[in-house]
Design a protein around this ligand. Structure first.
Ligand code: FRU
Length: 541
């Protein structure tokens, strides 16, 4: 296997080489989308962090530019860490980012800096100035090494407001700062939000969502039909969690609704490999877009050998579910332009133990959209009471681990076998399994299981899982999977539950990768409609 290249993606965001982590300061400016990201110019492991910079007109094809912010001053000498952009009145972007001023105490002494474009008439925003009055926000003595990742600021009551992630012992904290001029910032008496036993709150994100429409809102939007989302990246579990709640403008406090919980048992954007995400409002298409990072599941030595590590997932449009209790996500429409050759299946029955191969497309670089139906829920397996002993935050994942795609069931497991080798020595199954509970309700599980994905024993191969909170009265389930060599992003039920996995097949690479539909449950499954496309290669950096 040509390790340097076979696992590179065809249409996901990644630099030509080296290490990449968090997306930073996404924004739209004068005809271009701008994306900055945490980048090591010197290698395929984390370190020497600068803000690399790319621009795009469609968020899919990207042109690389010179790094925008690099360590050079006392206030960011040891690293330019994550941050966000705010568009000030008069269409003037400004960046807030974390600077590392000392390697000690670990992971570094953190302050917040600002940077502004050297030339507002350059739509590429190639050059950024870090004025000498930085840093503009310093930590109090007790949290110098956990005080980072300022959010996009919002404006109300005569002030700009931003939130900075922190912790105190095991308590996660989001500190709120206010400013009239974006230069002189004052810490609010009370944190914006905080929760015990959640650890460091990395990369907080706070934004409004409409309770009426799927279109997005500017970060400063207020109003009657507006709910708020607060997201943190928890470094202990490496997942992004959000709650939906209300924002008290007077007290500058966020309060989650009683339908969403803070911490590890909370809602996730993605139940797989997805971290340090950030949203921004796209003023052109009036939508809120979510960007996230997926790290490698290979070993550090393998990353060094291939010369790169980390990708960004496909940008997703994000909006509030009509229930008001969760968010929905869908790959941005621009991705559809990469769809090439299409094959389709209509009303194909799949019996227990059968597979149906989807032929005629490039299965290692594809987009698959399928709706399954079944005639009854009767055969759903009983939900095992024993599973209640699993910690809630790991419940779905644990069940997917016990009940893999080849463990026969009643209603399911059924779904896709992606990146499959010709004799199924390797495959990554993406599948549903439906359970019946004692009160005669149903639980739908989506699994993205890397366990059988590769003959290479060294990789991390988690069996990710998430529940799909869907009403089964129509006896249908839909799934869209974006397959791209070493990544599979799966969206169940129109983006209700999303799971991303990184996998490294040794046989199922390039033209040797196959795609199948499978059913391993006693209830016959119908592929009502399956469309699968070969995906063209995007121009990425
Ligand atoms: C999240 C994170 C941030 C930090 C950055 C450093 O992945 O740890 O908290 O600013 O990465 O690269």
């Amino acid at each position: 296997v040509d390790v340097k290249n076979v696992y590179r993606t065809g249409y996901h965001f990644q630099p030509k080489k080296n290490w990449i982590n968090d997306p930073n300061a996404p924004m739209y400016y004068k005809g271009f989308y701008h994306l900055f990201y945490q980048y090591n110019p010197k290698g395929a492991v984390w370190g020497n962090i600068v803000w690399a910079h790319s621009v795009s007109t469609d968020l899919i094809n990207w042109i690389p530019l010179e790094p925008a912010i690099v360590p050079s001053k006392p206030f960011d000498k040891y690293g330019c860490w994550s941050g966000s952009a705010t568009i000030l009145p008069g269409d003037k972007p400004i960046i807030l980012y974390t600077g590392i001023i000392n390697k000690k105490p670990e992971p570094g002494h953190q302050v917040q800096n600002y940077a502004i474009p050297a030339n507002y008439s350059d739509p590429y925003l190639r050059k950024w100035i870090k004025p000498d009055n930085n840093p503009i926000i310093k930590p109090t003595h007790e949290n110098v090494s956990s005080f980072r990742d300022p959010t996009t600021a919002w404006f109300n009551n005569g002030h700009w407001k931003t939130v900075i992630g922190s912790k105190n012992n095991h308590r996660g904290i989001a500190y709120l700062y206010r400013s009239r001029d974006f230069i002189k910032w004052t810490k609010a008496k009370h944190p914006f939000h905080t929760k015990s036993n959640t650890g460091m709150w990395e990369c907080p994100d706070f934004f409004p969502v409409s309770s009426q429409e799927t279109s997005g809102l500017d970060t400063s939007a207020l109003g009657d039909n507006v709910k708020y989302v607060f997201k943190v990246s928890l470094d202990m579990t490496r997942f992004d969690y959000y709650t939906i709640g209300t924002y008290n403008v007077i007290k500058d406090k966020y309060v989650p609704d009683n339908t969403s919980v803070d911490g590890w048992a909370g809602l996730r954007y993605d139940y797989g490999n997805f971290y340090a995400s950030k949203t921004f409002f796209d003023p052109i298409k009036k939508r809120r877009i979510l960007l996230g990072w997926a790290n490698e599941s290979s070993t550090t030595n393998e990353d060094i050998a291939k010369g790169w590590a980390g990708i960004h997932l496909i940008p997703r449009k994000l909006w509030l579910d009509p229930s008001g209790h969760k968010l929905l996500q869908w790959p941005i429409r621009e991705l559809d332009k990469l769809r090439g050759k299409m094959v389709e299946l209509r009303n194909v029955k799949v019996n227990k133990g059968d597979t149906v191969e989807v032929k005629g497309i490039t299965s290692a670089q594809a987009d698959v959209d399928v709706t399954f139906s079944f005639s009854s829920l009767d055969k759903a397996e009983m939900y095992d009471k024993k599973w209640e002993k699993f910690p809630v935050e790991n419940l779905a994942k644990s069940i997917c681990g016990i009940k893999g795609s080849n463990v026969q069931g009643g209603l399911g497991p059924f779904g896709l076998l992606t990146l499959a080798s010709s004799k199924l020595e390797e495959y990554t199954p993406i599948f549903f399994r439906i359970f019946k509970t004692i009160d005669n309700k149903h639980k739908v599980l989506l699994c993205s299981d890397a366990t059988p994905s590769s003959l290479n024993p060294n990789e991390y191969k988690p069996s990710f899982g998430g529940f799909v909170d869907v009403d089964l009265s129509e006896k249908k389930l839909s799934l869209r999977s974006l397959i791209d060599h070493s990544v599979i992003e799966s969206f169940a039920e129109g983006g209700m539950t999303v799971i991303s996995s990184r996998v490294y097949p040794t046989l199922a690479v390039a033209e040797n990768a196959h795609l199948h539909v499978f059913n391993n449950g006693s209830e016959i499954i119908t592929i009502e409609r399956l469309n699968a496309w070969s995906m063209k290669t995007a121009r990425v950096n």
